[in-house]
Design a protein around this ligand. Structure first.
Ligand code: GLY
Ligand code: MN
Ligand code: MN
Length: 464
């Protein structure tokens, strides 16, 4: 386990402290109580071997602490002089540190991460009944972890067991995550700065993969170029399983990089990006294995690119989360008609294609999702109230500056009798990460070419 002092970004103690204070203020406004946020469990992969540990995003958002076996307790009913932010973490242990590496231990963690108090994780069971006694409410991730649910039961039982001494157990449990989701949805400058760096590393990885690709290479060889750059540039891990899909595999949306050979005439779709210091990036590019698009590939590529440009234009404050999707759908639907992938004589005009969802066999996913600590990040996509639409759904969320989302239209054409054969097995997606600004959006991931001509030029350079 790295000490966080070795992360690319220094520990932003004040930022994490301010976030905890915002949560405490929100809890006080709800009448107080105690919040509990645990980091992720370590998970065994197979005998003696764990999956690489990755902190819980909510816990990390409030602490910046990335050791396993840690719990944050926020006491929103703390009396003056009492600790409001308490970290439980592993104790120093010379022997374990010889095997597993550095641990802060409670005292150093308290100082380095700006907490009011820190205690050994082993003391959690003993301390919690005392901390929650006589508090009005518990706030935690309700129903997300059987282990936490069981611990809460034990702590409550321990308080109730002392009932005759006059202490009371909290009378209610409330879901904590909606408060944190709302906070995480709007990124601060500290977060955006890390996301820019993550995006830049991922863009470099895509450039490297494009340059390295030759007909005859296998998908996993191309994946290796991406992974090399992620680690070479200090990213801790891929943000999600890398998709490297040659030829027809590009029509499988979650295809993991496999053994298939990228042949002359194939497109290669790469959807891969790194996680840096707890923040994801998410990039897709689609390019010809040979370095030259065929005319049919180029036609569809330019439709997807135009759809993305329309969606990027619609990514700005004051419109809904759905606006970029609707903008992309319109351009894709028109493109399906113009190219003849959809038969005009049967499909009617673009309004009919949209109304009938005739685009759906070729475009079956949405145009974006929130991105941040998690690649599919926290945050509601609908407003909490407002007039219901025809389907009975709440209004889509309005975009505001600081929200981060992907813009990722695509087209996926499987062989079908009524579709011209030249388009069969072409799968294209173009994906960039955007942060909503005061008057539009900033694209974080454009250090990798996206225009077909620019992709061909980059690949020509490396073939010379
Ligand atoms: N890479 C996952 C996604 O694009 O949503
Ligand atoms: Mn995505
Ligand atoms: Mn993606």
């Amino acid at each position: 386990m790295n000490s966080p002092t070795e992360l690319a970004s220094p520990i932003a103690v004040d930022i994490y402290r301010t976030r905890r204070e915002r949560v405490l203020a929100a809890l006080r406004a709800r009448g107080g109580g105690v919040a509990i946020v645990q980091t992720a469990p370590e998970v065994m992969r197979n005998r003696d071997t764990d999956y690489p540990f990755r902190h819980d995003s909510y816990f990390y958002y409030l602490t910046g602490f990335n050791e396993p076996e840690a719990t944050l307790v926020l006491n929103a009913s703390a009396k003056p002089g009492e600790a409001a932010s308490i970290l439980f973490c592993r104790e120093k242990n010379a022997e374990r540190e010889t095997w597993e590496g550095f641990r802060f231990g409670p005292e150093a963690a308290r100082d380095a991460f700006g907490l009011d108090a820190a205690l050994p994780i082993g003391a959690l069971g003993e301390e919690m009944p005392r901390l929650i006694a006589d508090k009005p409410a518990l706030h935690y991730a309700l129903g997300t972890s059987a282990e936490l649910d069981a611990q809460v039961r034990e702590w409550l039982a321990a308080v109730r067991a002392q009932g005759r001494t006059g202490v009371r157990a909290p009378a209610k449990a409330e879901h904590l995550l909606p408060i944190l989701d709302e906070m995480r949805l709007v990124k601060d400058e500290h977060e955006i700065a890390i996301m820019r760096r993550a995006a830049s590393i991922s863009a470099e990885a895509h450039r490297r993969a494009m340059r390295a690709t030759r007909p005859g290479m296998r998908e996993y060889e191309i994946e290796a170029e991406l992974l090399y750059t992620f680690r070479r540039q200090g990213a801790q891990a891929p943000a999600y399983g890398s998709i490297v899909a040659a030829g027809a595999n590009a029509c499988v949306l979650h295809y993991p990089a496999g053994n298939a050979i990228a042949r002359e005439g194939d497109l290669v779709l790469i959807d891969a990006a790194c996680e840096l210091d707890g923040y994801a990036s998410d990039i897709t590019r689609t390019y010809p294995a040979s370095g030259r698009f065929t005319p049919a590939q180029r036609e569809l590529y330019d439709v997807v690119l135009a759809a993305q440009a329309a969606a990027v234009d619609a990514t700005r404050p004051g419109v809904t989360f759905d606006a970029p999707h609707q903008a992309a759908l319109k351009v894709l639907s028109q493109g399906l008609l113009d190219t003849g992938v959809l038969d005009k004589s049967k499909s009617g005009g673009v309004d009919d294609v949209l109304a009938q969802r005739a685009y759906a066999p070729f475009y079956m996913h949405r145009t974006g999702h929130w991105i941040g600590m998690d690649v599919h990040d926290a945050g509601e996509y609908r407003e909490a109230d407002g007039p219901l639409d025809e389907q009975g759904a709440l209004p889509w969320r309005m975009l505001v500056p600081g929200m981060a989302l992907t813009v990722e239209p695509g087209l996926y054409v499987r062989p079908a009798e009524n579709v011209p054969e030249k388009y069969w097995n072409i799968g294209i997606r173009i994906e960039d990460d955007a942060v909503v600004t005061q008057n539009g959006c900033e694209l974080l991931t454009r250090e990798v070419p996206v225009l077909a001509d620019e992709i061909e030029a980059l690949m020509r350079e490396s073939n010379d």
